[in-house]
Design a protein. Structure first.
Ligand code: AMP
Ligand code: MG
Length: 478
């Protein structure tokens, strides 16, 4: 692997240099070949006999210069000056054969200077959750950090009870968070805010490096990417659960999967995070929180960019979000004429989804098949007729519309009960096969894969969430 470690050049104020703590007897839980491809690794992890030793941190990886990054951030609205990579290590940045750069990162590699007395480890449960969500998001085509592998370690760690630990091997375009800027800003180190900004422009937007107003363009792009990302979350029904500013990546990539969830029955104020009692991070709050978080980032840049300019860019957030969201809804419904009738149709749709307690994901798959697939809910019929009327205004055939919609609306999502089954098998029986199967299923969430899954399995994976698991929440420590 061709390491080009750039972050380390920023100097010791930006990180603590530290190697991963050794572990006993690492074992493979799952490996994602498509994530491996990003850093030129073979499709099977065990083709490299040292894989587990190297990626668990037991043996050094040639060229890697591991470090724990400094950052702070706003957690649930309050500033926490003491954060940073307490259990994560950036091993370095790799340039692949296509000249793309990828961060290689371990999560759960032992305590660092930023650990504040915590153990520096991650639970097997949370690592599997992040792994599957990352790879599912990639399948959905939504910007996300990737998960190369989950590696189990024979160590018990203590949360509410003793739990198995693991290491997540993350591959990402960036690990710079809004909180990375906040760390230097609130420590009064404006020079380092500027250096981080220069670093980000240099590495993520080299095309603007020579522009005189590159700082402004950087912020503009961050606003755009964040708005676009959250529009995609809303469209697919994803609830992040912990949109703290340390979990917001400046490249607009979904970052740090914790107590996330996918909407099953449509409940707009649902929060997947059991600890989020005030519903700050509920589904319908996410666009607003994106704005709030960008404001915190803007604050850190205010000594470098005119306040008026920052405000002007911030004003663009809402219209950009609306535009992207409308685009997403247009694709989901297979309708291209976006007039006031379309807007009304969408509004009525959300009301119906809510009132009729419908499954958000399966509704759109049903819609693509309507009217061939019949509808058993009388209350829905007037809306469906209206939908068909609008569809008839369009230039495309019913068949074409269905094809487009089925390429946009997933048939399979990471439903809590499916995830729970995989977790139970892993934790209780050390059987990791269901994790691998879900990863493969969700790598292509728009299509059946009959060569891998039997018909009854496909049906099982695509079913509405069973009553007992609807709107299930996850606690932060899970
Ligand atoms: P997260 O909930 O993963 O976004 O982490 C929030 C903060 O807590 C970050 O600074 C983490 O590095 C730190 N943290 C979370 N869990 C641990 C742990 N087990 N050991 C050390 N630091 C941790
Ligand atoms: Mg975090």
């Amino acid at each position: 692997m061709n390491f080009k470690n750039r972050f380390i050049e920023l100097g010791p104020e930006f990180y603590q240099g530290k190697t991963p703590d050794p572990v006993t007897d690492p074992y493979l839980i799952d490996y994602s070949p498509s994530a491996g491809k990003l850093i030129d690794l073979p499709p099977e992890a065990d083709k490299d006999s040292d894989f587990l030793e190297r990626f668990s941190g037991n043996k050094p990886i040639e060229g890697a210069q591991p470090l724990a990054m400094a950052y702070s951030g706003h957690q649930f609205g309050s500033y926490n000056p003491r954060m940073g990579d307490g259990r994560g290590l950036l091993l370095g940045e790799i340039q692949n054969q296509n000249q793309e750069m990828w961060d290689l990162y371990l999560k759960g590699a032992g305590p660092t200077r930023f650990a504040r007395g915590f153990d520096g480890r991650a639970t097997l449960n949370s690592s599997i959750r992040e792994h599957l969500a990352s790879e599912a998001f990639n399948g959905l085509g939504i910007p996300t950090t990737r998960s190369l592998a989950v590696i189990g370690i024979r160590e018990l760690i203590y949360r509410q009870r003793p739990e198995l630990a693991a290491i997540l091997v993350r591959v990402a375009d960036s690990h710079i968070r809004f909180g990375s800027f906040e760390f230097f800003h609130y420590n009064g180190q404006e020079k380092n805010v500027e250096r981080l900004l220069e670093f980000s422009i240099q590495n993520y937007y080299p095309d603007i490096a020579e522009e005189s107003d590159k700082y402004r363009i950087f912020f503009q792009r961050t606003v755009q990417r964040t708005a676009k990302l959250i529009a995609k979350w809303q469209a697919v029904g994803f609830i992040h659960g912990v949109m703290n500013t340390d979990n917001m990546c400046i490249t607009g990539t979904t970052f740090d999967y914790g107590p996330y969830g996918f909407m099953d029955r449509f409940v707009p104020n649902h929060t997947s995070n059991h600890s989020d009692t005030h519903r700050r991070y509920a589904y319908n709050q996410q666009p607003e929180i994106g704005f709030w978080n960008l404001n915190k980032l803007a604050e850190t840049l205010s000594p470098l960019i005119d306040t008026e300019i920052l405000e002007e860019e911030m004003k663009q957030y809402q219209p950009i979000f609306n535009r992207f969201y409308r685009e997403e809804m247009s694709k989901k419904l297979g309708l291209a004429i976006l007039d006031s009738e379309f807007t009304q149709l969408v509004q009525e749709m959300f009301q119906l989804l809510h009132d009729q307690q419908l499954d958000y994901t399966n509704f759109f798959r049903f819609l693509a098949n309507y009217p061939e697939a019949s509808c058993s809910i009388d209350n829905l019929k007037p809306w469906l007729n209206r939908y068909l009327e609008l569809a008839q205004r369009e230039d495309i055939s019913h068949e074409e519309r269905k094809t487009q919609m089925d390429a946009t609306n997933p048939k399979f999502i990471l439903r809590t009960h499916l995830l729970q089954t995989a977790l139970d098998k892993a934790l209780k029986e050390s059987d990791f096969s269901e994790i691998t199967r879900l990863r493969i299923l969700l790598e292509n969430p728009f299509q059946d894969q009959p060569e891998i899954f039997e018909e009854h399995e496909i049906e099982h994976y695509a079913q509405d969430t069973p009553e007992a698991s609807i709107c299930r929440q996850t606690s932060c420590s899970a």
